[in-house]
Design a protein around this ligand. Structure first.
Ligand SMILES: *[C@@H]1O[C@H](CO)[C@@H](O)[C@H](O)[C@H]1NC(C)=O
Ligand SMILES: *[C@@H]1O[C@H](CO)[C@@H](O)[C@H](O)[C@H]1NC(C)=O
Length: 393
């Protein structure tokens, strides 16, 4: 027994060295020299407990549409003539639904030399390897003139005319720093564009790292089409994502994904130019959209888990844990649980009005946007090969 007793501390030392040095580069963060986990501010358990669940699993009754025809429709949009939906998809194109006969038709591309390496595989699987060559359109919005503005994760803020075609770059840097992960936008009545760059440290193909680190290099920006100037409005955000104007255009709601909250930036009134915390969310949001009533629909990628909550408080432990040779997919499940769907509706003053879920992800999951249009909710997903639709409950 004495020998085992002396061997145990040695094994612990060896394990500690293994974790620290990762000699075989087996850990998910191997090769990321500047990877540094931060602690994350969190809502109290009381705040979270006050947010109801959808015991009826309303979203289980959603209908999946266009299965296998598109991959990763992150944002969903209709134009002023009612045409659509339009969506930016995984193969780098913005596509438009033109009815059952024509199906999904290419509307815009973001690179001039789109080649076959960009095409969807069969069955469709994410094309992370070539996204930086083909583009990855995320948030899309029309201005009053019918021009489509596109936040492409790799190429910045782009624009294409009402007839579509090859989009041109509007802006791709601010304060001498290139955008690395342009994500979502909204447009003011005077044409000014407000948008997010989720990270200045990692591109979208490495989204695992900014999420795990909870790093704070995200920016909220403004582009003025008259002066052609790009201005940084907020710095040090943790994965800023969805952007939407309030119905009266007095403020903008921004989804700060890695903190799991909405913040608001004032455009008009006495607080113009300042921002504040708005709403704690029960999970991690993607896009946020304003409906015709002036309420905000928030799509959650996933709810908070106990494991994530614990790790958010102990960054050093989390950093060590991430040096273990554990596969990224397993880590993803540990931190975010089995895929499920959550959509939340808030009033203009931040009151929770409705919670819609598919708690076990039986029909739909991993939502990236809720777009309310003609009495229906259109549910986008940055990962799945379909859209989901449900009559507004
Ligand atoms: C487009 O051209 C550039 C420059 O020649 C090349 O690096 C890139 O791979 C091409 N893109 C695609 C999608 O083939
Ligand atoms: C790739 O997609 C383009 C349309 O974007 C199409 O014209 C071409 O035939 C496709 N190539 C292959 C090999 O499927």
């Amino acid at each position: 027994m004495a020998t085992i007793g002396s061997v145990v501390p040695f094994l612990i030392l060896l394990a500690a060295l293994f974790v620290t040095l990762d000699p075989f580069s087996l850990s998910p963060i191997a090769g990321e020299k500047h990877f540094k986990v931060l602690s994350v501010p969190q809502p109290s358990l009381e705040v979270l407990a006050s947010i109801p669940r959808d015991e009826k699993d309303t979203l289980k009754n959603a209908k999946l549409v266009y299965g296998g025809q598109i991959l990763g429709p992150e944002s969903v949009l209709f134009d002023s003539h009612g045409r659509g939906p339009y969506s930016g998809v995984s193969d780098g194109r913005v596509v438009r639904w033109e009815g059952p006969e024509k199906g999904w038709v290419e509307f815009a591309t973001v690179v001039s030399n789109r080649t076959e390496i960009c095409n969807l595989s069969n069955p469709p699987t994410p094309n992370l390897k070539y996204e930086h060559l083909c583009g990855r359109p995320l948030g899309i919005r029309f201005n009053k003139e019918g021009d489509l503005f596109i936040c492409d994760a790799y190429f910045g803020l782009l624009k294409v005319g009402p007839e579509g075609g090859l989009a041109e770059v509007v802006t791709n840097e601010a304060e001498g720093e290139k955008f690395k992960f342009t994500n979502d936008l909204d447009i003011d009545d005077d044409g000014t564009i407000y948008f997010t760059d989720s990270s200045t440290k990692y591109p979208r193909s490495k989204f695992f790292f900014p999420i795990m680190e909870a790093e704070e290099t995200g920016r909220f920006l403004k582009y003025d089409p008259k002066t052609k100037e790009t201005t940084v409005l907020i710095k040090k955000l943790r994965f800023p994502n969805g952007v939407t104007f309030s119905k009266d255009h007095s403020f903008i709601v921004i989804a700060e994904t890695r903190i799991g909250r909405l913040i608001r930036y004032w455009v008009k009134g006495p607080k113009a130019g300042t921002w504040e915390h708005f709403v704690w969310l029960p999970g991690y949001p993607d896009n946020v959209r304003t409906n015709p009533d002036g309420d905000f629909w928030v799509a959650l990628h996933c709810r908070r888990t106990a494991f994530d909550r614990f790790m958010n408080d102990y960054p050093t432990l989390k950093q060590a844990f991430l040096k273990l040779p554990i596969n990224q997919k397993i880590l993803y499940t540990l931190f975010s649980g089995k895929p499920h769907a959550v959509a939340l509706k808030y009033s203009a003053d931040g009151k929770l009005l409705q919670v819609l879920e598919d708690r076990k992800g039986e029909t739909t999951k991993l939502l990236s946007e809720v777009e309310e249009h003609d009495g229906k909710l259109w549910l986008g997903s940055v990962l799945l090969p379909h859209l989901a639709v449900i009559d507004k409950p």
